[in-house]
Design a protein around this ligand. Structure first.
Ligand SMILES: Cc1cc2nc3c(=O)[nH]c(=O)nc-3n(C[C@H](O)[C@H](O)[C@H](O)COP(=O)(O)OP(=O)(O)OC[C@H]3O[C@@H](n4cnc5c(N)ncnc54)[C@H](O)[C@@H]3O)c2cc1C
Length: 516
């Protein structure tokens, strides 16, 4: 049987000989690459981590048997694309899975779940790879990677979409907006629809149309026993309840069915950028105006140092600013009216609010949220922005530790707030604002400074917050906060977990412990 060392040597010899004789034409290069790949087999034995924290070696023959049965591909540590396949959005996360299974469909997911379960291996599930705590990957375990499953099918007649779990928000917007339809999601288009949906999902049109989960009609789920089930209001309703906010605890979703709404393709949206020196009065005026905003109007506050955006005069770059980022999900003229009071506040540096294609507005923050930076988040829910909370926010912005650090105040409520607290697992129906303290930097030497800054504001703001939390904004060190985050819904979640995943196979997430 081939040993790891032998295989490594063989592969490195291959790559050296490839360097020595460069191929001239593209087809020849492709041929050579394919030959290397083919000859790279057989695979090596792999030392895995078990779900209980031990070690287990799986023989190459068993890995090959798994691989041979897939439509997708396995990626082990010797594969040329191993580093690419284990890299996720947050550069703080550097984990080395034993095996990454890039699934092509539900059958591959079933095979992967059975392989991991039968061998007692640690499992992580990857959608778009955006989770801040890095739950898409695990050291030494099996990553069930859904990122290649990107299909989005829309039926304009019934206003429904069927979405695979590797689709990003941009993929969903592209297909739905082709018919002037939309489902509420988040504000960064490279985020995965899967993880976002399972945690709840909110963004620019949530106040009008509800959370992403409020528009989920059904899901296909591979459960821990390796079986595919349907969850909706009639079939497995307890599972359907738990999937809507309970995260990746209950199985692997291979397809989501969403209700769509008529929107756009043009909406009124954009940014009003203010000097930070007027932030105290602006935040109080914002609070007053937003208290009676129609569901169509959503306005988030972003506080940070000004990035070098083309519409901002150069003298403002690098200085603290307060941004009112707004979107009106309705008629453009009505939007002009509804946003007028907010846009009349103070003396802005720039006002770039206007009609824009909804799909383009969904990507407006992408340039500031690219993958590859180090990121750490702390988040609280607020029913209101108290004077005390505002004072703390102002102080934190005066002590921003870097040019990319920022504080987002997400504006929710509206339709999302009118769903009963126990109708889904999502615990934050009473929140009107979700604060995300977003520390973001490049150098490892800044880790301590940036993380401390986020934690300091988080700790100080706790008395002003509800105590619930958005699980999708929780970093990896908040495992002890999960129960409080779910509040009254936690107990029921533990029971559904026990029914569908009694051995806690799906534990690399904001983990709900099974309770029989
Ligand atoms: C830059 C940025 C902006 C964001 N903005 C918003 C926003 O505006 N609104 C909002 O609501 N959220 C937002 N989020 C948070 C986002 O919802 C979470 O990061 C979410 O986990 C991303 O999902 P993903 O599929 O990309 O992540 P992944 O890291 O791939 O998945 C996260 C977890 O979800 C589970 N999971 C994923 N796919 C499946 C599946 N098919 N079956 C079972 N479990 C699965 C797994 O436990 C997995 O570890 C943002 C995140 C980032 C990084």
């Amino acid at each position: 049987m081939a040993t790891k060392a032998k295989i490594k040597k063989a592969r490195s010899a291959k790559s050296k000989s490839k360097k020595a004789k460069p191929t001239k034409s593209k087809p020849a290069t492709v041929k050579a690459a394919k030959a290397v790949r083919a000859k790279a087999k057989p695979m090596a034995d792999i030392d895995f981590r078990t779900s209980e924290g031990g070690k287990k070696t799986i023989a190459a023959a068993a890995i090959e048997a798994l691989s041979a049965g897939l439509r997708g591909k396995v990626v082990d540590q010797f594969a040329p694309n191993y580093d690419e396949a284990r890299t996720i959005w947050n550069a703080m996360i550097d984990r080395r899975p034993g095996l990454i299974v890039r699934c092509a469909g539900a059958a591959d997911v079933i095979d992967s779940v059975r392989f991991a379960r039968d061998n007692g291996l640690l499992v992580a599930v990857r959608g778009g790879g955006h989770n801040i705590g890095g739950s898409a990957v695990c050291d030494g375990g099996v990553v069930i990677d859904l990122s290649q499953m990107k299909s989005v099918r829309v039926d304009p007649a019934t206003k429904r979409a069927w979405v695979e779990p590797g689709a990003t928000l941009a993929d969903v917007d592209k297909e739905t907006q082709a018919f002037g339809l939309a489902v509420p999601t988040g504000i960064n288009s490279t985020t995965g629809i899967a993880g976002l949906t399972l945690g709840g999902g909110f963004g620019w049109i949530t106040r009008k149309f509800g959370l992403t989960i409020d528009n989920l009609l059904s899901a296909d789920v591979v459960t821990a026993d390796g079986k595919l089930v349907r969850a909706n209001a009639k079939e497995n309703p307890d599972l359907f309840w738990a999937l809507r906010g309970g995260g990746g605890n209950f199985g692997v979703i291979t397809a989501f069915e969403f209700q769509l709404h008529q929107l756009g393709p043009q909406v009124l949206a954009g940014l009003v950028v203010h000097p930070f020196e007027h932030a105290a009065s602006l935040l109080k005026d914002y609070r007053r105006i937003i208290a009676s905003a129609p569901d169509e109007l959503t306005c988030w506050v972003v506080m940070r140092k000004a990035p070098p955006l083309p519409f901002l005069p150069a003298e403002w770059h690098g200085k603290e600013i307060l941004v009112l980022a707004m979107c009106y999900s309705g008629d453009i003229k009505a939007g002009e009216k509804a946003t007028a009071e907010l846009r009349a506040l103070g003396k802005p540096i720039a006002d770039v609010v206007g009609p824009a294609p909804f799909a383009a507005w969904q990507q407006a923050f992408d340039p500031l949220l690219t993958p590859g930076a180090r990121n750490y988040w702390k988040s609280h829910d607020f029913t209101q922005l108290s004077d005390g909370a505002i004072t703390l926010l102002l102080d934190a912005v005066h002590h921003l530790p870097g040019p990319e650090c920022e504080i987002f105040i997400g504006h929710v409520g509206g339709a999302a707030g009118r769903v009963a607290l126990d109708a889904t697992a999502f615990p934050q129906r009473n929140a009107h604002f979700v604060m995300n303290v977003h520390a973001r930097w490049r150098e490892t030497s800044m880790d301590k400074t940036c993380i401390s800054w986020a934690r300091k504001l988080f700790d100080a703001a706790a008395p002003h917050a509800t105590g619930t939390a958005y699980v999708n904004f929780m970093p990896g060190d908040e495992a002890d906060r999960v129960e409080a985050a779910y509040g009254a819904n936690y107990s029921r979640l533990t029971q559904v977990k026990y029914r569908y995943d009694p051995s806690n196979l799906f534990r690399i997430n904001q983990n709900v412990r099974p309770a029989g």
